[in-house]
Design a protein around this ligand. Structure first.
Ligand code: ZN
Length: 438
């Protein structure tokens, strides 16, 4: 079996799962069970530390505090935060240099380039502390569900083998994590049997993926009349409809955990073993702000000191808080996360492309990008530009689309002055008018 960047995986494990990771995981396992008062005290300590840091070391916040006549000790609790204005993606872009603590900018930092919700690129820097803490927070959910390093299959949005490869293997093996990493881009009725055979041969305990991909996989298993009992399925990124959940349970017979996060890492929501969504109150400070579209998640980071985001609006919404859960945690509960959309493009070869967010990320002069499919094998990219979108930008966008979908995809670019929003005012990055999931 082809091995997957073993040296890189080993480095990643050492970087993310060393002494610091173990300390954070211990802390996080304790804070999950804090009483309401203890939790509030924990948040106040973390917030005080972060606000002091921002005032001393981040030029953007120092200026803002001065303009507002605020001193760091005036921001102590979640409700005090409302003294500060809400931060949006455009403000982060406009003030990028002033939001960074240069002393903490080391080669250990990670620069995440994201197209976010509107298809326009943004850059966020995370330091090692924040990366390791994030990893420990996710690991806590895995451990609660009984996974402490079991044999796993991962099928996510990343491209594992290039689209030009037509024959298996469409996967790689990462021996460090006993993980079979399968390519979601090659998953189709034509290749389905190869995926099923590989999973049966590998005998994984757990599956890491997103609902659309697991649903596609479940449909293929059903078509070949094969069932495979996973011990647990972990999902993130999109909403799981009841129809999808029903088929997934029928084929894979496994409990499902869900994780919500975003590239900016300002808020996390995770299901507990009871299946209830809990705001991860020790991960960041989360405000639920009433808007005409519902309650918007606004998050304040507590760890990422190289580029801290205070009161950052995510553009994501939650359904009303649900009743208390019996799992023993005092973290607030929500009924659901609204607006995580499930859509994909179909290539001429019948492959489904579940993720287009990295396509516009490196293209210049784009503000918003929407991929519209009106016929299979064809895509029309609606672009809202800053007015300086040149022929070379257009060509780069086409080439990148071909690279991440299919070399035979028919690509058309349409410059528009507005891209209409979907339900709840949410931006839709893939609009498939040919095929829907349910
Ligand atoms: Zn719970």
């Amino acid at each position: 079996m082809e091995r997957f960047f073993t040296a890189h995986c080993l480095f990643k494990k050492i970087y993310r799962e060393g002494y610091l990771f173990k300390r954070y995981l211990r802390e996080l396992q304790q804070s999950y069970r804090l009483s309401a008062d203890e939790l509030a005290a924990y948040q106040r300590r973390q917030l005080r530390d972060m606000v002091q840091h921002c005032y001393k070391n981040i030029p953007y916040y120092r200026d803002q505090f001065r303009q507002l006549g605020l001193k760091p000790d005036m921001i102590r609790t979640l409700s005090d935060l409302s003294e500060l204005p809400i931060l949006d993606k455009q403000t982060v872009k406009d003030n990028f240099d002033k939001l960074i603590d240069r002393k903490r900018l080391t080669p250990w930092c990670h620069k995440a380039k994201t197209s976010g919700t509107t298809g326009s690129p943004g850059v966020f820097i995370r330091d090692r502390d924040a990366i390791v803490f994030e990893h420990a927070a996710v690991w806590r959910q895995w451990a609660q569900a009984g996974d402490t390093g079991k044999k796993r299959v991962t099928i996510r949005g990343g491209m594992v083998v290039p689209m030009t490869q037509a024959e298996p293997p469409f996967w790689r093996y990462n021996p460090i994590h006993r993980e079979l990493i399968m390519c979601c881009y090659h998953l189709s009725p034509k290749t389905g049997k190869a995926y099923i055979d590989k999973i049966l041969e590998f005998k994984p305990s757990v599956l890491y993926s997103s609902p659309t991909i697991v649903y596609t996989l479940a449909k293929l298993f059903k078509a070949y009349r094969v069932r495979y009992p996973f011990e647990h399925i972990f999902m993130s990124s999109e909403n799981l409809s009841s129809e999808m959940a029903q088929l997934i349970r029928q084929v894979f017979d496994a409990p499902i955990s869900d994780w919500y996060g975003q590239a900016e890492r300002v808020a996390a929501i995770a299901t507990c073993p009871q299946g209830t969504y809990h705001i991860q109150e020790d991960y960041s400070l989360v405000e639920l702000i009433d808007t005409p579209n519902g309650k918007e998640l606004v998050g304040t980071q507590l760890r990422n000191k190289v580029m801290p985001l205070l009161r950052y609006r995510t553009g994501d919404y939650v359904a009303d808080e649900s009743p208390d859960c019996t799992c023993g945690s005092n973290f607030r509960t929500v009924a659901n996360i609204i607006g995580r959309l499930n859509a994909y493009l179909v290539t001429p070869e019948g492959y489904r492309i579940f993720n287009t967010t990295h396509i516009p990320a490196s293209i210049n002069n784009l503000i918003e990008t929407q991929f519209v499919q009106e016929k299979p094998g064809e895509v029309r990219i609606k672009v809202l530009t800053n007015g300086s979108f040149q022929t070379e930008d257009r060509e780069a966008l086409i080439q990148k689309t071909l690279q991440y979908t299919s070399p035979t995809m028919k690509v058309e670019i349409e410059e528009v002055s507005h891209i209409p929003r979907g339900p709840n005012g949410k931006f839709i990055s893939i609009l498939n008018q040919v095929e829907s999931l349910n």
